[in-house]
Design a protein around this ligand. Structure first.
Ligand code: NAG
Ligand code: NAG
Ligand code: NAG
Ligand code: NAG
Length: 914
């Protein structure tokens, strides 16, 4: 659910309908630390003789055996008499990532405020990383000479980091070529601690003191800014890389834009209830990870900081010997309000390598329960038990598959979480059991703001597990229920009470296990707070200002919920949807892009947003089908479903003021088109589940941007309205009135129409008719797609159904694919109760080999569809071997042949000659 309507209306009334965002959200120029760092960068850039003030004192350099780190001190020369010490650590991590951390020595400073730690915040990595990353000892450290030292790493010594001491700079080479440079443009800037009285003597000529000790932005005037200026900033240049991606969440293009003439991309979790497309404004979640790609190489930057952050991007054509080359460099400038400087540099041969390498640090997506990959029906709100059951009946009546119904905030008594409105939902457990009869699940909303004066918030205050204001008292602000306190999920002690609230057998959901949770408003959204979020000087557990850990708050909240549900269920994988997220959220939650509008442009922008999410290893992502605000036309609604079936997280949602728009509401022919789209989704659940399994093991995307498949093809680097889902190349129709699309095929591989098997071949655009009932889908030659073609009312009812394999031959007559099977619900797969199968076709033979796992799956293969022109020559009989040999029939058709009922068992290897 979105914004506080009242505030929205009030804001529009006061400031005019188009000034809403301007009014609520800081621009860089209005933000003290961003303004100061952009000013600093412009001063430095103007001065050709400028030398960075940061240099390593060579005498401090040391190798620490215990964690194979290289340590030393960087000094910032403020004036002849003043040098500030910043200890640094460099580690080579497994997977050949290099990590640099720079801290400030604050041991000598005196802080009057005893409520806060005086150190810089250094715990973002604790939440982002999936455990402390292992340091590699396997590198060569070339001692200092001529003002530099170097580290050579990688199994072929292909990586080299050269660290220059004076001024400080790091150059990272790969295969002998310079790829990335840190502090290339001397924008490194760490604002060291000083009091307001001491400020003047601590400022260098290129610095400004704009809003260093107070904030003149509307709602943040009361910010106490106890530490004064303390930002960290650094520039990173990517040599020869024209394209960079990632750093969600923004409603913007896949390939990020040059920001020289606009706002920087801002990373700050906020409830941005009226986001615009083509925007660098912050949104609900943050993943400070950027991927750069060029032909032959990919690289990444992980900026491990959880404070308010801005990123400037500048693309420059390279001058070589005064000749403008076609080589473009991308120069980035990272600016965070506080915390230590913590950066990881990743280099890989392909973008997939870089995404996986990042996943090896932060963890892979959790394997979801199968039901959660089905269709989710939500609106604000389904009113009562009867409404919920009626919706379910209608899905069955109209023969439309669906798995999950959602309850937004109105199910609660006075918006008090963990209560129900008794007159509307007299017996939640009864309702859940009725849903369970047809394999359906309920997801209900639970948010971190807790209405004051009821037993849950009373207990949270009593147990001292609420966020605190800058005086150390429980913070009170406004949200949906009116005055509220906020659950401090940073506090380990808070878990026990959270577990207690979710425990089995209470009025919340009785003993039901088809009950899962939606965590919304966890940026946190505070209607009465600056930028609709928490004041930055709130205090979280550990005596840190929320200024430092703001962007991980949402993660700690959904992780707490996940933990509680694992306890409630004994052995079921919890499903959690979160709106706010951070690096690491993929381990326990899915996300959606928040409140969008029922307009074509929002359908369009959802595709790059979801691709970006996959690039940064948060693949369980979706957008509200139909749009949140307003009323989509029947055509838009239909096209949105046709696109939405490809969102890894597939949910329709609508605002309380929107008219009902469940799939049967638009009527014919729309309802049939929507049903057809949903049936494609359900038939493809085996593919979708397999992609999630693979992502959960390797960190690979679930949906691939084109350049992940053809990283050598420059033309694919900016394509954001098409994608590959496994072997399927999809271009959803996102234009009103469109009757056809031009689909771009990124290489010369054969592709086949998903329904007619018509052949498309040749790198370039291909025309496909796409009247309202048609989704442009091509199958890439060389792939094998698993399906279940008997679509039923819910995914659970399809559990024992047989599989269909769709083999799309490449020009050599070969193909490959995989299939993952388990019980779809429990953690038993962690003990080997699963099957991961490799299929391979060549020389007119399909081979199935169990790669790993040992589940005794009883599912059969009911047919194998082989697509390709060479299928014309196939006979009418195939020979199956699995232990013994037998024959089965083949039926030939246009450009394809079908092997019927081969009678193989999936848990043993088999082969079929055709
Ligand atoms: C929840 O309650 C049900 C029925 O009372 C019981 O079978 C189940 O074991 C309980 N689960 C837990 C985690 O206590
Ligand atoms: C199935 O094939 C895999 C891969 O070739 C092989 O490792 C495994 O031993 C085979 N299993 C059986 C039962 O033959
Ligand atoms: C596998 O399942 C089949 C049928 O469900 C059963 O007959 C067979 O004994 C099972 N095999 C194993 C190894 O459990
Ligand atoms: C993606 C997007 O634009 N979301 C917005 C959709 O429109 C609603 C209504 O203004 C906003 O609340 C969402 O933020």
């Amino acid at each position: 659910m979105r914004l506080f309507q009242f505030f929205l209306l009030l804001t529009i009334y006061l400031h005019g309908a188009f000034a809403v965002k301007e009014y609520l959200f800081k621009k860089c120029a209005q933000s003290g630390f961003c303004n100061r760092n952009r000013h600093f960068a412009s001063q430095v850039a103007e001065n050709v003789d400028y030398q960075s003030r940061y240099s390593i004192d060579e005498s401090t350099l040391n190798y620490i055996e215990s964690d194979a780190s290289i340590v030393g001190d960087i000094f910032k020369t403020v004036s002849d008499s003043t040098k500030i010490r910043f200890p640094f650590i460099i580690n080579i991590l497994e997977n050949n990532n290099i990590r640099l951390r720079i801290d400030e020595d604050r041991s000598q400073i005196k802080l009057e405020n005893k409520l806060l730690k005086k150190e810089r915040y250094n715990e973002a990595s604790k939440y982002a990383f999936n455990g402390e990353p292992k340091s590699s000892t396997n590198y060569k450290f070339n001692q200092i000479s001529n003002g530099k030292f170097s580290i050579v790493y990688g199994d072929k010594n292909q990586y080299e980091a050269i660290i220059y001491t004076t001024p400080f700079k790091i150059v990272v080479n790969y295969n002998g070529e310079e790829q990335l440079v840190l502090n290339d443009r001397s924008f490194l800037n760490i604002e060291h601690f000083r009091t307001e009285d001491e400020n003047d003597v601590n400022l260098t000529p290129e610095e400004s003191s704009f809003n260093s000790f107070h904030d003149d932005f509307k709602d943040s005037k009361d910010d106490s800014l106890i530490f004064g200026p303390e930002s960290v900033a650094l520039d990173v240049s990517f040599n020869g890389f024209k394209h960079v991606y990632g750093i969600p969440e923004h409603a913007d293009t896949l390939s990020l834009k040059d920001t020289s003439e606009s706002e920087p991309y801002r990373l700050y979790n906020v409830d941005i209830f009226e986001y615009e497309t083509d925007s660098r404004l912050p949104m609900y979640g943050v993943i400070p990870f950027m991927v750069a790609h060029k032909v032959g190489l990919s690289a990444g930057i992980f900026w491990v900081n959880a404070a308010d952050t801005y990123v400037d991007i500048k693309k420059t054509e390279n001058q070589v010997d005064n000749v403008l080359s076609s080589k473009t460099d991308t120069k980035t400038h990272w600016i965070s309000e506080n915390g230590i400087l913590d950066i990881v540099i990743l280099i890989g041969e392909t973008p997939t390598d870089v995404t996986k390498s990042y996943a090896s640090l932060t963890g892979n997506v959790q394997l979801p329960q199968l039901f959660s990959l089905g269709y989710h029906q939500c609106r604000w709100n389904y009113n009562d038990e009867e409404d919920v059951l009626q919706i379910t009946e209608n899905f069955d009546k109209y023969d439309i598959p669906y798995d999950v119904i959602w309850l937004d905030v109105e199910y609660t008594d006075s918006k008090k979480y963990f209560t129900w409105k008794k007159e509307l939902f007299p017996d939640p457990e009864r309702m859940l059991n009725k849903l369970d009869e047809t394999g359906r699940t309920l997801v209900a909303i639970i948010d971190p703001h807790l209405k004051t004066d009821y037993e849950v918030s009373d207990e949270v205050i009593k147990q001292d597990i609420a966020l605190k204001n800058n005086k150390g008292e429980p913070f009170k602000g406004h949200c949906w229920p009116g005055e509220s306190v906020w659950f401090d999920s940073f506090n380990p002690k808070s878990q026990k009470y959270w577990d207690h609230l979710f425990r089995n057998g209470t009025g919340l959901a009785g003993d039901a296990t088809n009950f899962h949770i939606w965590n919304d408003m966890n940026e946190p959204s505070v209607f009465s707070g600056p930028e609709t979020s928490s004041p930055k000087d709130l205090i979280t557990y550990g005596d840190w200002e929320i200024r430092s850990d703001h962007n991980v708050y949402g993660l700690t909240f959904h992780e707490a919920t996940y933990e509680s549900l694992t306890k409630r269920f004994v052995n079921k994988r919890p499903f959690i949807l979160t709106r706010a997220y951070y690096s690491g959220s993929q381990r326990t939650a899915s996300m959606w892009t928040g409140d969008n509008m029922s307009k074509w442009e929002y359908l369009k922008i959802s595709l790059p947003m979801i691709l970006t999410s996959n690039v940064v290893n948060m693949p369980f992502a979706g957008a509200d089908v139909g749009g949140f605000f307003g009323n989509p036309s029947k055509e838009l609604l239909t096209r949105w479903y046709q696109a939405g079936i490809w969102y890894p997280f597939f949910r329709a949602h609508a605002h309380i003021d929107s008219r009902r728009r469940e799939p049967w509401v638009p009527g014919e022919p729309y309802t049939s088109h929507i049903r057809d789209a949903l049936k494609i989704r359900y038939a493809l659940l085996p593919l979708i589940y397999t992609k999630f399994y693979e992502s959960s093991i390797t960190g690979s995307p679930v949906v691939d941007p084109l350049f992940y498949i053809t990283p050598e093809n420059i033309k694919s680097f900016e394509i954001e309205d098409e994608f590959y889902f496994g072997g399927l190349l999809v271009k959803p129709v996102t234009d009103e009135g469109a009757e056809s699309v031009e689909i771009y095929i990124p290489d010369d591989e054969i592709h086949y129409d998903y329904e007619t098997y018509q052949t498309y071949q040749g790198e370039g655009d291909h025309h496909i008719e796409a009247p309202l009932g048609k989704i442009p889908i091509l199958i890439r030659g060389g792939t094998i797609t698993p399906r279940k073609d008997r679509v039923r009312r819910s995914s659970k009812l399809m559990k024992y159904d047989p599989y269909t394999l769709v083999v799309a031959l490449d020009s050599k007559g070969d193909a490959k694919g995989t299939l993952y099977i388990d019980d779809g619900e429990t953690f038993d797969y962690e003990n080997g109760d699963y099957l991961y199968i490799n299929f391979e076709v060549s020389n007119n033979e399909i081979k199935s080999n169990v790669n790993s796992g040992s589940l005794n799956a009883s599912n059969k293969v009911e047919k194998i569809i082989i697509i390709g022109s060479s299928t014309g020559g196939i006979g009418n009989e195939a020979t199956v071997s699995q232990g013994s040999e037998w024959t089965t029939s083949i039926i030939s058709g246009e450009n394809h042949a079908v092997i019927k009922s081969p009678g193989v068992k999936l848990n043993e290897n088999w082969s079929i000659k055709f």
